[in-house]
Design a protein around this ligand. Structure first.
Ligand code: ATP
Ligand code: MG
Length: 261
């Protein structure tokens, strides 16, 4: 049975997509079967996996509206396979923005993704969902589908404040819609140990959230930022870079955590 994780944080630009695609590649590299679901109309995770979002015949939008199955809409990327990190992709593009409105009057609209993913459960060890920077119906579909949430965050002054909203949303979804849901962990990303404030916030995080904070820390690393323009995750683009190595270590930490779950 696949373990399903949302990568979520309603704050924009905190490293959700970078984390999703690099964790997907890292897990594939250590032998896991992975489906990456792009739940963001920006389609960054799709493009960053080497799939042209403008040329997709079927996307997550068709799946949510039940005009296609996941098996019909998923695609593969040659670049990932060549890089030894092949994972499947359920892509998104701007069409997905319309789903929010089109799902308004639909029954059990927040369960659409969960039902669709159940059909491919046997095909994967991990399903990773890249959420948009909002607590919208799309994110809700992600949270209703998942066993856990991975929260990437930068160790900055307002980071803890933003976390409270997300934690409350997750608690509500847990109480009302998805009993399986838990925060798997907080992932410190774009970390620069030379900055004292970042060290302080990192310490605070560990005090408040204890072992919910992943051991792995993702450093700020320009190779991770360059990779999307080549249509591959950093793990494939420059495997020897500090950022890529950190994401592979994170993939291993995830596999170990799952074994203990
Ligand atoms: P959005 O909320 O718009 O979906 P996001 O949370 O998915 O954004 P990303 O797109 O992953 O965030 O990252 C934002 C920017 O930061 C991107 O330009 C990305 O390349 C860069 N970035 C992410 N992680 C790192 C890192 N560890 N080191 C350097 N740059 C990074
Ligand atoms: Mg993103």
């Amino acid at each position: 049975m696949a373990k399903i994780f949302c990568v979520a944080n309603q704050k924009g630009g905190v490293g959700k997509t970078t984390t999703t695609v690099n964790l997907a590649a890292g897990l594939a590299k250590v032998g896991q079967r992975v489906l990456m679901v792009d739940l963001d109309p920006q389609g960054n995770a799709t493009m960053g996996s080497g799939v042209d979002k403008r040329k997709l015949a079927l996307t997550i939008y068709d799946v949510l509206l039940e005009s296609a199955s996941v098996a019909e809409a998923r695609v593969k990327s040659d670049k990932l396979i060549e890089g030894g990190c092949g994972y499947d992709i359920l892509g998104a593009n701007r069409e997905l923005a319309g789903a929010e409105v089109e799902l308004v009057d639909v029954e059990r609209r927040e369960k659409r993704l969960k039902l669709a993913l159940a059909e491919v459960d046997q095909d994967y060890d991990f399903i990773l969902i890249d959420c948009p920077p909002s607590l919208s119906m799309l994110t809700l579909n992600g949270l209703c589908s998942a066993h856990g949430v991975i929260v990437p965050m930068q160790c900055e002054y307002f980071a803890l404040e933003g976390l409270t909203d997300l934690v409350n949303t997750i608690k509500q979804v847990h109480a009302n819609l998805n009993k399986d849901l838990a925060i798997i962990g907080l992932l410190r990303v774009m970390f620069d140990p030379r900055i004292t404030l970042q060290q302080q916030v990192s310490e605070q995080l560990k005090q408040y959230y204890g072992d919910k904070v992943f051991d792995t820390v993702i450093p700020r690393n320009v190779r991770l930022a360059e990779a999307p323009s080549y249509g591959v995750p950093g793990v494939v683009f420059d495997p020897s870079s500090k950022g890529a190595q950190a994401y592979v270590a994170f993939a291993q930490e995830m596999v170990e955590r799952i074994e203990k779950m």
